[in-house]
Design a protein around this ligand. Structure first.
Ligand code: PGA
Length: 263
């Protein structure tokens, strides 16, 4: 089933970038693009995910942007509440700082920081309990794709969290499909392959929850201004999670523009 009535949603994942001076410039440039551009409020939701140290300052600086820009955390602790957990930031602390969106399960967290399926599920559970909206990342490796396991891996990653998500909480979930081999490599999944996986994800979600048809499915992995129009034209690609290209305000704006125009 097509999710084409879903408001598109484009999120910039800044990862461990940039230094403060460049972040300031990036925000000023983005505000300028939004001011001069013609994306209307409600036509495309826009978010940026800065490093945790910058969440509050970025949110404050974006407060007077021409259209609403949501500040998204890149990760959250698997521990809830407050307590003696050095280095951790819980969902409750994020909420307390008015940060209400969070990425969970990014492949860099899974691969580099050993976030296992059960750790990811705990993060999802606590984030939802704290009332956060989650952008849950899934995606297969090149080896898994070449072995014909891509669909199975991705659907399993969705099943991994389904046990901890209560029926009404699906309204607070967005899915980002990011094939690992396409992240930061310049290789994008073809629009056909991405659409095919998104259609499978939607089918899988629809079996799990009646809200399946209305869950936004973002594509991520080397999304750029040059390929955004084609990706945005796919019925089940409702937006993008953008890494490298989100560090340039003009490119990021163009990607958002492509989604705003297409839906
Ligand atoms: P990329 O990263 O756009 O640089 O490939 C996407 C992501 O990891 O979210």
């Amino acid at each position: 089933m097509s999710g084409s009535t879903i408001t598109p949603w484009v999120v910039g994942n800044w990862k461990m970038n940039p230094m403060q001076a460049n972040a300031q410039q990036l925000i000023q440039d983005l505000k300028q693009q939004l001011q001069q551009g013609d994306i209307l409020e409600g036509q495309c939701r826009i978010g940026v995910a800065p490093p945790s140290i910058a969440l509050s300052s970025v949110q404050a600086e974006l407060a007077n942007a021409a259209i609403d820009v949501i500040t998204v955390a890149q990760d959250v602790s698997r521990i809830a509440g407050t307590g003696a957990y050095t280095g951790e930031v819980s969902a409750d602390l994020l909420k307390d700082s008015q940060i209400t969106y969070v990425l969970i399960g990014h492949s860099e967290r899974r691969e580099i920081f050993a976030d296992t399926a059960s750790v990811v599920a705990e993060k999802v559970k606590h984030a939802l309990a704290a009332g956060l909206h989650i952008i849950y990342c899934v995606g297969e490796s090149l080896v898994q794709r070449e072995a014909g396991q891509a669909e199975q891996v991705v659907l399993q990653q969705i099943c991994d969290i389904s046990a901890v998500v209560e029926a009404e909480q699906w309204a607070n979930i967005t899915i980002a499909y990011e094939p690992i081999w396409a992240i930061g490599t310049g290789k994008t999944a073809s629009p056909e392959d991405a659409q095919a996986m998104h259609a499978k994800i939607r089918e899988g979600l629809t079996q799990i929850t009646p809200q399946g048809p209305s869950i936004a499915l973002l594509y991520g992995g080397s999304v750029k201004a040059e390929n955004a129009v084609e990706l945005a034209a796919c019925p089940d690609i409702n937006g993008a999670l953008v890494g490298g290209a989100s560090l340039n305000a003009e490119s990021f704006y163009q990607i958002a523009h492509a989604f705003a125009q297409s839906k």
